[in-house]
Design a protein around this ligand. Structure first.
Ligand code: G3P
Length: 290
């Protein structure tokens, strides 16, 4: 059962419908699911396609992803399912738009995941202008958060998710949870049309801290959601203290939310590395000769 005082929406980060069923059963609710190419490559059925001679064709991988998203959407008819475009550093805005519009025909509750890059922001600007929903991924800075806000101005609340990757900042010694606090503070000065979706959650401490900070949404692996259930679904209040031993603080930057979206300095090495990894995981499933 959903705890009455829970204001944050809880998503599962994964790409295996069996796991989704298990999590819904254990929690008694689930508000949505986020997928990405790396999670897709870990799907049990996809695993068998990693072997030479049994790889997907460039077309068949989209059919597989479509079937998977339709199954997830059927399990979460009132929730949201994030579907990520294939993108590498050369992918054009037009190629992102083509995938996004196609994904929107697969299910009725899609959020289209786009990288927070120059091309991804331009695609988000166009797609939200068409009334579509987006989830901007691979976010590591407040400047990226401000650019997403500016690029999607005018979108309805619920149409835009922003996914800061906290675990990957921790990996390089920076306090990823501080970025969540900073972005929530930055957005508090806006119209709230962008919702903060805490992602790359690696521990129960990340999960509890995101609840305490008031993240709009958290996506977490099944293992963490099940651990939360085991612990009795605690919801810490504002007095919760997050220990970030050895992690460098990320100071708040008072950025404007009103500048033209292309004017923000959005480059970040983790965004570039994340894009390359997603592309490599997607390509590991494909017969490149097809
Ligand atoms: O939601 C994003 C997530 O799947 C990335 O997590 O652990 O690969 O940084 P991670």
């Amino acid at each position: 059962m959903r705890p009455e005082i829970l204001n944050t929406r809880i998503f599962l980060d994964g790409a295996d419908p069996e796991e989704t069923r298990r999590v819904i059963k254990a929690l008694g609710f689930l508000d949505g699911q986020t997928t990405n190419p790396s999670l897709l490559a870990k799907n049990p059925e996809a695993q068998s396609h990693k072997v030479d001679g049994n790889k997907f064709s460039a077309k068949a991988i989209y059919q597989f992803y479509e079937k998977l998203c339709q199954e997830l959407s059927g399990l979460l008819p009132d929730g949201s399912v994030s579907i990520e475009v294939y993108a590498d550093e050369t992918t054009t805005v037009a190629a992102m738009l083509e995938q996004a519009r196609e994904f929107d025909t697969w299910i009725k509750n899609a959020h289209i995941k786009l990288p927070t890059t120059t091309a991804g922001l331009e695609a988000a600007n166009i797609l939200t202008g068409e009334g579509r929903r987006v989830n901007m991924t691979l976010v590591f800075t407040q400047a990226q958060a401000a650019a997403v806000y500016a690029a999607t101005k005018g979108a309805a609340r619920g149409a835009v998710f922003l996914s800061p990757f906290v675990g990957r900042l921790d990996d390089r010694g920076e306090n990823g949870m501080a970025l969540i606090a900073d972005i929530l503070k930055l957005y508090a000065g806006g119209d709230r049309h962008v919702e903060v979706l805490t992602a790359s959650v690696r521990s129960m401490e990340h999960f509890l801290c995101a609840l305490a900070y008031g993240s709009d949404i958290i996506t977490a692996p099944a293992s963490i959601l099940l651990e939360w259930v085991e612990a009795g679904m605690p919801i810490p209040g504002s007095t919760y203290v997050y220990e970030a031993p050895g992690l460098k603080p990320i100071p708040y930057e008072p950025l404007s939310l009103d500048a033209p979206y292309a004017s923000y300095a959005i480059g970040h090495p983790l965004t570039d590395a994340g894009l390359a990894k997603f592309a490599a995981d997607w390509n590991s499933l494909i017969d490149m000769a097809s």
